[in-house]
Design a protein around this ligand. Structure first.
Ligand code: MN
Ligand code: MN
Length: 304
């Protein structure tokens, strides 16, 4: 189940350097009054200018939204005064992916909440060696977050990363999961750690909105229309199994058609949809994320 494959470390490191620069630039761009679409399109453009490709659409999650929001066509989300904004970016170089995120607190009131997820990330990184158990990582994350009076979000987790696959099948918990004592970090693996802290319930729930999709590699459950076949070919050719958003396909069909065809390809099982995730108790959410490469003896933080 825990696949480890050959990694081109130069390409991964390059993806990591680009991702780090883009993430830091996100921190400069997020200001009251700025449009989410402006921020995300600027970041996605910068990734390409720096020689990478987006590994998934820029996630722009405000306040109690934890993940999987990306601007749609003609998106009107504007950052309000006092917002807590998570920006999560992914970069790949030839399929080798770096995944990183920051939180920006424009209110000045959530310093401790941000500190909780940041400290949890730093402590988790310090605790990792080859063969560290997933239980241990989750324990460290939970302890740091609780020590500042917050809760980790239990149903969001870190993950291993494979080539062209952001979620490689292994979930790295943000709480002390006793069932994972025997599951260990394998040398040669690429992993993303992403503690989420909240003053809410510590759980996220799905919203109906889906604006991010990826190719499942499965056969359609029903015959595809000509339009669906054509769009799917473009998706597989451009993104393989990486997540994308219809906004990236502007011009191939009308905006409305792109949204509708994506939805129907999801219904037919060919695309996976990523619903927007919101804190169940309406709590404020913070997140920080780094991507790590685990060598035989050491840990390299590629998005530092
Ligand atoms: Mn991420
Ligand atoms: Mn991630």
């Amino acid at each position: 189940m825990q696949r480890v494959e050959d990694v081109d470390l130069d390409k991964l490191k390059m993806a990591g350097r680009i991702a780090a620069r883009v993430r830091d630039y996100a921190g400069d761009l997020v200001k009251p009054g700025v449009r989410a679409s402006y921020v995300c399109e600027s970041l996605e453009k910068l990734i390409v200018e720096l020689g990478g490709s987006p590994a998934f659409p820029c996630n722009f999650s405000v306040n109690d939204v934890a993940a999987h929001y990306t601007p749609g066509f003609d998106d009107d989300v504007v950052v309000s005064e006092g917002a807590v904004v998570k920006v999560d970016v992914g970069v790949h170089v030839d399929g080798f992916i770096a995944d990183t995120a920051i939180t920006v607190d424009l209110s000045g009131n959530y310093g401790k909440l941000l500190e909780a997820s940041l400290r949890a990330l730093e402590s988790a990184i310090s605790s990792i060696k080859p063969y560290t158990s997933l239980y241990e990582i989750g324990r460290v994350v939970e302890l740091e977050i609780r020590s500042l009076g917050f809760k980790p979000i239990r149903n969001l987790s870190g993950h291993n990363i494979l080539r062209y696959l952001v979620h490689g099948g292994l979930s790295i918990p943000n709480y002390a999961d006793r069932s994972l004592h025997r599951v260990r970090i394998q040398p040669g693996s690429v992993i993303a750690l992403e503690p989420f802290a909240t003053n809410g319930k510590g759980l996220v729930v799905d919203k109906q909105l889906v604006n991010i999709y990826s190719y499942t590699g499965r056969k359609p459950k029903m015959a595809l229309t000509e339009q669906e076949t054509r769009l799917l070919e473009i998706i597989v050719d451009r993104y393989k199994t990486l997540p994308f958003t219809p906004r990236w396909l502007r011009g191939f069909f009308s905006n409305e058609e792109l949204n509708n065809i994506s939805k129907s390809l999801r219904v037919k099982g060919v695309l996976h949809g990523y619903p927007v995730l919101v804190e169940a108790g309406g709590g404020m959410v913070s997140q920080f994320e780094h991507t790590l490469y685990i060598t035989d003896s050491d840990v390299i933080v590629v998005t530092q």
